[in-house]
Design a binder for this molecule. Structure first.
Ligand code: GLN
Length: 276
């Protein structure tokens, strides 16, 4: 039996920590949790979703094999920043450094950086996990809103999981599509890689052509949509990494029929005249 594939009979389990579901889900990002849950269940992987709302215990956070946090307005980001302190931050940082995969959308992505400066100059200190900062230049600068198409060029999506660096960007689906809506402009430092390169849209700041960031197996991105139903290969990447970190073994996933998702992606590519 090919050890890389999970035979139906063997059940593995994952716990997904959903950070601040009641606060950080303004743009329908909860759809990403549904995708992760279903793509596990369809593969007979038992999955538990932990709702981590303000006041959660950092010991509960440490039991998670994957993390997710959605986007929100500045107000909610301030509330979350007030709650994400001390042991919680230390636990989250250690989990990221240990390779625990996570997906952090927009406002969540910004909070994992050094700081997020709001339009009125208020600075929300971040967790410093991603080497980046975000600034909202104020009302004279438009929000960055619209459909976005970006490319997961294999060369940029290098993931160092402690032992080796592998690139993970299946060529067949190297474009990702989504929707962005943010006032903040994000600028990457040298200790973090861009998640993707913008083909159509704004991305991190509308200037340097980068979209999102990746550090170890933590992915930050501006793509709402939600991103995972539109780009199931990213969901599978997160599930695969979560299993590998938890079971300390290379684990492949059974293929699922993603023809509908691929078709939807091609429609967007055609609409914006982007070559697949
Ligand atoms: N409030 C942040 C901004 O405007 C994040 C918005 C979001 O999460 N979509 O940049």
């Amino acid at each position: 039996m090919n050890k890389n594939y999970l035979p139906k009979a063997i059940r593995h389990s994952l716990t997904i920590g959903w950070l601040y579901p009641d606060l950080m889900s303004t743009y329908g990002d909860r759809g990403n949790i549904i995708v992760l849950q279903k793509r596990c269940e369809w593969r007979n992987i038992e999955v538990k979703i932990l709702h981590l709302n303000p006041g959660f215990d950092h010991k509960l956070l440490a039991t998670c094999n994957m993390l997710f946090m959605g986007g929100a307005q500045d107000k909610q980001q301030q509330i979350v920043a007030q709650d994400l302190k001390k042991e919680k931050v230390e636990t989250l940082k250690k989990m990221v450094d240990d390779g625990v995969p996570g997906l952090y959308i927009c406002g969540a992505y910004q909070l994992l950086g050094k700081y997020y400066k709001e339009a009125d100059g208020t600075k929300i200190l971040g967790l410093g996990i991603f080497d980046l900062y975000t600034e909202n230049p104020g009302e004279n600068h438009p929000r960055l809103i619209g459909n976005i198409i970006a490319e997961l060029a294999g060369s940029t999506w290098q993931v160092a999981d402690g032992k080796k660096t592998t690139s993970y960007a299946p060529q067949a689906t190297r474009h990702i599509v989504g929707f962005e809506n943010h006032g903040g402009r994000t600028y990457l430092g040298k200790n973090v890689k861009p998640f993707a390169k913008v083909i159509k849209g704004f991305g991190n700041n509308g200037e340097d052509g980068t979209e999102g960031a990746i550090y170890k197996n933590a992915i930050g991105t501006y793509l709402h949509g939600p991103i995972l139903p539109k780009n199931p290969e990213i969901a599978d990447y997160l599930i695969k990494k979560a299993l590998e970190v938890k079971y300390k073994d290379e684990i492949g996933l059974e293929d699922l029929d993603d023809s509908l998702e691929q078709k939807a992606k091609e429609i967007i590519e055609k609409r914006y005249n982007v070559k697949v």
